[in-house]
Design a binder for this molecule. Structure first.
Ligand code: UDP
Length: 242
């Protein structure tokens, strides 16, 4: 039997791509791409990691926010999903520039820019060392890219979900930006995280991982090098398990 490579599903928020503002900040996306490429193109082949990415779209639109301002929720959510595809293409570009082979798979059909979501094909790409970027979320309104990260991780048989955060380096007892007494948690169960109402990812994503025993590592994207380290399996932030 051949040794199976480590396979991870990396969730990147749209907020990170925008560098805090609307649209894509090329410097930020380029830096993230280089960190991913370092782990997928390691000169030592035995150290290479198979990486699939789910990208968010919060730097463009969030359906819930648009619907609060009067838009139909379903249509607003589709706008949100289309935003994730723009982020997927930006990441693809910078990954290719960094020397990584890539494929984008979209949950909404748009064959000129992305393959359709075909899980077995995604797995084949990963085996060949390509980074697979999943765009357009689940293709379903009322879902989030957090939930899709859990679902894709399960379907492609990832070892864990890596949730990269900006501005925070793990799961805290409360929001550290609001509550100065908040402390960082090294390890927690999904049950506890749900009971304590910790809003690291949404509850649907937590439940899906809990029910299917998929571990989640929540870590900070700063300082530089953290994304590569987390992809390679280093524990940096909080481990959430069933
Ligand atoms: N979205 C959706 N279904 C999905 C994934 C995303 O409707 O399966 C929409 C939803 O409106 C969401 C937006 O796309 O607000 C952007 O995704 P998300 O908020 O998860 O991005 P992030 O916060 O990670 O940047």
């Amino acid at each position: 039997m051949t040794d199976r490579r480590r396979r991870v599903l990396l969730k990147l928020s749209g907020e990170a791509f925008g560098g805090g503002s609307l649209g894509v900040n090329p410097d930020v996306v380029s830096a993230i791409a280089k960190e991913i490429a370092a782990a997928t193109t390691d000169p030592d082949e035995s150290q290479r990691v198979e990486v699939a990415v789910v990208v968010g779209g919060g730097n463009f639109f969030r359906g819930a926010e648009l619907s609060q301002r009067g838009m139909d929720r379903g249509r607003a959510d589709y706008m949100g999903m289309l935003g994730t595809v723009m982020n997927a293409l930006a990441l693809q570009d910078f990954l290719e520039q960094a020397g990584a082979a890539t494929r984008v798979q979209s949950a909404i059909q748009m064959t000129q820019v992305a393959e359709p979501y075909i899980p077995l094909r995604a797995e084949r790409h990963l085996e060949k060392g390509r980074v697979v970027i999943f765009g357009a979320g689940a293709g379903l309104p009322y879902f989030s890219t957090d939930t899709v990260s859990a679902q894709r991780a399960l379907e492609i048989g990832a070892d864990e979900v890596l949730v990269a955060k900006n501005g925070v380096d793990g799961v805290y007892t409360a929001d550290p930006r609001v509550d100065p007494t908040a402390t960082k948690i090294d390890a927690i169960s999904y049950q506890e995280a749900l009971q304590q109402g910790l809003k690291v990812v949404d509850s649907t994503a937590f439940s899906l991982c809990m029910d299917n025993r998929m571990p989640m590592h929540v870590f900070g994207m700063e300082p530089a090098g953290n994304v590569t380290a987390a992809v390679r399996g280093e524990r940096l932030g909080t481990l959430v398990t069933a």
